[in-house]
Design a protein around this ligand. Structure first.
Ligand SMILES: *[C@@H]1O[C@H](CO)[C@@H](O)[C@H](O)[C@H]1NC(C)=O
Ligand SMILES: *[C@@H]1O[C@H](CO)[C@@H](O)[C@H](O)[C@H]1NC(C)=O
Ligand SMILES: *[C@@H]1O[C@H](CO)[C@@H](O)[C@H](O)[C@H]1NC(C)=O
Ligand SMILES: *[C@@H]1O[C@H](CO)[C@@H](O)[C@H](O)[C@H]1NC(C)=O
Ligand SMILES: *[C@@H]1O[C@H](CO)[C@@H](O)[C@H](O)[C@H]1NC(C)=O
Ligand SMILES: *[C@@H]1O[C@H](CO)[C@@H](O)[C@H](O)[C@H]1NC(C)=O
Ligand SMILES: [Cu+2]
Length: 595
């Protein structure tokens, strides 16, 4: 008992952290008690009808057709650099956005324009980079999407690229590097787009980022995984809430001389007794499925990804990588001195019911304090007792109903895409998606070639052209014993059904199916989705960083005639010219698919 009790005490006793916030998270203040609540919206001038979005609503406005034209611009300057921090007490080399992990919050109102200048200051050694704005539709601006080899060339070390796009959807999302598995090394940050909400709440607690965490660099992980006879199974070392958690330093491998501090410090949150709070949950990890709870509290889900839903109450929210959930939590459990554990567990999702999670330490905790609670004391609450029957799937599609109803249109084309794992002739384990293991060409993005009117692509780019189809159905067959968070850029897709084995042809609530931008396909199961294309070239891939690295990635060309007519700003071509000039004198070791 002594050993186990010792371990539990270690992991749960970082309420007064042993390391400074600067040492654990650099310039980030997320997860500390000085991190402010968010305003319900940013003050614009004027405010028609009292809101930046005037009379538009989340229940009566079709957000794919109509959004506010605020004329307001939100400008951010990001510098990506190497740094050294210890998010869980184990010190390692990371990549930081403006010196912070997680990176700075981007905040805007629905309909604002967001302009972010990204400077690549990743040196010694140098790396290219690209930043993706997850979940934005990029209507008319697919070149701002940030997918290397798909929509742009990488940003050369020392150079900048300025992204400009309209926040035409609202809710909770994140940005992350999309170059190799770079984002798992630290290039991630939250985004909040304020918009209308039929569900009422008093306080916006802001982003809560959940992420598995690795003590090795992404470069070492990918190289090991993609070595001859390497294992496709990557195991994380820890699980973080807003970039923070403790680690049991006795678990550090013998011979590893990196400094490690027990009880580095966990995240803390403040709730106001009697008030209803909005929590913005984001799975910003590389691989693991998160199961999020707060002891004793119900969670009322009001949005999945960028899609407001009819509120439903649950004790646990399941999030695959890339997924978000906005939940309301009312602080009405106990008196104002109460404190509770917030928990996020990485779930064992590979195949059999008792598969251990792909993590050495899968249990993240944070402390939640009501107004008058002593924030130097650890909570003593007990975890919800939740049956763990289905751990690799999202909430039942029967309960996740969009607030703004949209009936499923007739599909004009159906494409089946199989997921499989194989060994290539060099004994390297890779993924195939619809028969191809993808490898991007950093020098030649699909979008720029398509814009020239050339739609003949090398097989290894794994491009599908859907021409003028108005609604495309995709049947994903998972012939692998792992679950995969499937993500389509530039769209909210309809989720028609998902389950084990083969699809039986039935559709869940065709009058108004769930829409979102990431959905889990379960091990050896199926996922059926459909999307109404908007012109561009859009990545469709598994969001597990390691699987995408192993080739589990495709791109969709849609409405090619419109793509040909697009007038792409010269800065996009300039980024390619800079990159080609750079790579003509520097060897870029493309260690994986590129994305
Ligand atoms: C660029 O990165 C280096 C560390 O690699 C850092 O010392 C320097 O401050 C960074 N520059 C900027 C402008 O952030
Ligand atoms: C949680 O929700 C359940 C079912 O809706 C309800 O019976 C229960 O009282 C709620 N608990 C709290 C603490 O609000
Ligand atoms: C999370 O893990 C804890 C053990 O630390 C367990 O008590 C709890 O039931 C788990 N929660 C879920 C939702 O699986
Ligand atoms: C197998 O895949 C690895 C990693 O992508 C690659 O470096 C190697 O060239 C491939 N081998 C063959 C024979 O295609
Ligand atoms: C179209 O692009 C491919 C490379 O993706 C190239 O091999 C081919 O020559 C190009 N065709 C034309 C007509 O330029
Ligand atoms: C839909 O896409 C398929 C697959 O590329 C193509 O064969 C078909 O012609 C497209 N239909 C229309 C109406 O463009
Ligand atoms: Cu995957």
């Amino acid at each position: 008992m002594g050993l186990l009790a010792g371990l539990v005490t270690d992991l749960f006793s970082g309420v007064v952290g042993k390391l400074s916030q600067e040492r654990t998270n650099g310039a980030s203040l997320l997860g500390t008690l000085v991190s402010p609540f968010l305003a319900l919206f940013l003050t614009n001038n004027p405010l028609p009808n009292g809101y930046p979005w005037g009379t538009l609503t989340d229940w009566g406005t079709n957000p794919y057709k109509d959004w506010p034209h605020t004329g307001v611009i939100r400008t951010y300057d990001f510098t990506l650099s190497r740094g050294v921090i210890a998010p869980d007490g184990y010190q390692r080399d990371v990549l930081l956005v403006n010196g912070a992990f997680p990176g700075p919050l981007i905040e805007a109102n629905w309909g604002d324009k967001i302009i972010v200048t990204v400077r690549n200051n990743i040196t010694a050694p140098e790396e290219g980079t690209v930043v993706h704005w997850h979940g934005f539709l990029q209507e008319g601006t697919p070149w701002e999407d940030g997918a290397p080899g798909v929509t742009q060339c990488p940003i050369t070390p020392g150079k900048t690229f300025t992204y400009e796009f309209i926040a035409s959807l609202y809710g909770t999302t994140w940005y992350h590097a999309h170059y190799s598995a770079q984002y798992s090394g630290g290039v991630v940050g939250p985004m909040v787009i304020h918009g209308p909400s039929k569900a009422k709440y008093d306080i916006d607690v802001g982003p809560i980022m959940l992420s598995d965490w690795y003590h090795k660099s992404y470069n070492d992980i990918v190289k090991q995984m993609l070595a001859p006879n390497g294992s496709p199974r990557v195991v994380s070392d820890n699980n973080l809430i807003n970039g923070k958690m403790n680690f049991d330093c006795s678990k550090v491998a013998a011979g590893d001389t990196k400094p490690c501090t027990n009880n580095a410090g966990i995240s803390k949150f403040r709730l106001k007794k009697g008030k209803t709070h909005r929590l913005r949950l984001i799975n910003a990890g590389a691989e693991g499925v998160q199961r999020f709870t707060i002891d004793g509290h119900n969670l009322t889900v009001i949005a999945n990804d960028f899609v407001p839903v009819k509120p439903y109450t649950t004790k646990v929210v399941t999030l695959g990588v890339g997924q978000r959930a906005d939940v309301l939590v009312t602080a009405n459990v106990g008196d104002s001195n109460s404190a509770f554990w917030m928990r996020s567990n990485l779930s064992g999702c590979a195949g059999t019911p008792n598969t251990p999670p792909p993590a050495n330490q899968p249990f993240a905790v944070a402390a939640v304090y009501y107004d008058a609670a002593d924030t130097s004391k650890a909570p003593t609450s007990k975890a919800w007792d939740i049956p763990d029957a289905v751990r690799c799937t999202n909430d039942d599609l029967a309960v996740t109903e969009p607030l703004f109803p949209m009936p499923l249109p007739a599909a004009t084309f159906t494409q089946t895409m199989d997921i499989s794992i194989f060994k290539n002739a060099s004994d390297v384990t890779l993924w195939k998606f619809d028969g191809v293991s993808m490898r991007a060409n950093y020098d030649s993005p699909v979008l720029l070639q398509a814009n020239q009117g050339n739609f003949t692509f090398p097989t290894e780019w794994n491009v599908r052209n859907f021409y003028g189809n108005s609604s495309v159905r995709i049947i994903v067959h998972n012939n692998s014993p792992a679950s995969h968070p499937m993500h389509l850029h530039g769209h909210n897709f309809y989720v028609l059904n998902e389950g084990p084995g083969e699809w039986d042809g039935t559709i869940v609530r065709s009058s108004n199916p769930q829409r979102r931008d990431v959905q889990l396909v379960r091990p050896n199961g199926h996922l059926v989705l459909q999307f109404d294309p908007q012109p561009g070239v859009w990545a469709f891939h598994c969001h597990v960083a390691w699987h995408a690295s192993g080739g589990f990635f495709s791109s969709f060309v849609v409405k090619p005639d419109d793509v040909k007519r697009m007038r792409i700003p010269d800065t996009v071509q300039q980024t390619c010219r800079q990159w080609r000039a750079y790579t003509s004198t520097n060897v870029v070791d493309q260690i994986d698919s590129g994305t």
